[in-house]
Write a protein of this length. Structure first.
Length: 286
């Protein structure tokens, strides 16, 4: 896949180009000598427009057309990109540095890197550590009905991961968490093709929250329900695709079909290791 893009330089001028990797190209424009001569003298640059093309030939033709536009015509195109009711996300370059904001739909369509947060809520029942999962709404455009971490979502521009995690927990599942109650669990980089028009290139910051009692969940419209499952069952479900024993919030024990977990096993393995370390430390202080 190839892309054409427009950058706004530090002096306010606009630069057009094409590439097969926007994320890598943004880093080149803002550092080293691999970027264009024009932008090297006008750093930093920010991404203000991006289009996906079928192949290199189409991208080169589109780039030539963009370069023929007047300054006013380019500004009109940039303004049109920004004129949307869609939420805006901060675009990252290959060094994970912010390089502008663009509409969410465009970020996913062009596979642009951005930040998200994951919140995993744990509760111990009858001496068994378990995790609360959300079941994605059945009308969601990607993975409808699948089970995901308790709360997940995009960071708003300028928002810290801690504040974004608390906001997403409140909006998605009606759970009030203070930033100081979150336990950092690391960053994870994911690149997943969700559909022909949706590519996720995400830097996910994960947080753990250990609930002292069953939370009073109030799922939002994007969440079908929230369910509790033993942590030991997660690994088995990832590994073998077996049914997942669940207890819905306010409901009775049942099972969820195997193969319906949407999170990454790699992320779970890292978090499970952290959980074991935490348990060992707790036992060492008893």
């Amino acid at each position: 896949m190839s892309y054409v893009y427009i950058l706004r330089c530090a002096d306010g001028t606009l630069y057009s180009g094409w590439t097969s990797d926007v994320t890598r190209r943004l880093a080149a424009h803002n550092g080293g000598t691999a970027g264009a001569k024009y932008t090297r003298a006008r750093r930093p640059v920010t991404l203000v427009h991006c289009e996906k093309c079928a192949d290199q030939s189409e991208a080169m033709r589109r780039e030539a057309a963009l370069k023929k536009l007047t300054r006013a015509e380019k500004e009109a195109l940039v303004a049109h990109t920004a004129r949307t009711e869609d939420e805006f996300l901060t675009v990252l370059d290959a060094a994970n540095q912010p390089c502008g904001t663009l509409p969410r739909s465009l970020v996913h369509a062009c596979g642009l890197r951005h930040r998200v947060v994951h919140v995993l809520v744990f509760e111990t029942r009858r001496q068994t550590c378990g995790i609360w999962l959300q079941q994605r709404g059945f009308d969601r455009p990607t993975l409808p009905g699948y089970y995901d971490w308790t709360s997940t979502g995009h960071l708003d521009p300028g928002e810290t991961p801690e504040i974004g995690a608390c906001r997403e927990a409140r909006e998605e599942i009606g759970l009030e968490i203070a930033p100081e109650e979150l336990v950092p669990a690391g960053e994870f980089h994911f690149q997943v093709q969700r559909s022909p028009s949706h590519f996720d290139d995400e830097i996910a910051t994960a947080f753990l929250y250990f609930a002292p009692e069953t939370p009073a969940f109030a799922p939002g419209e994007e969440v079908a329900r929230v369910v509790w499952t033993p942590c030991r069952a997660i690994a088995a479900s990832f590994r073998e695709g077996v049914e997942l024993p669940i207890t819905p919030f306010g409901g009775e024990e049942s099972t969820a079909p195997g193969g319906r977990l949407s999170p990454s096993p790699r992320e779970w393995n890292a978090i499970h290791k952290l959980l074991k370390q935490r348990e060992q430390m707790r036992k060492g202080t008893v």
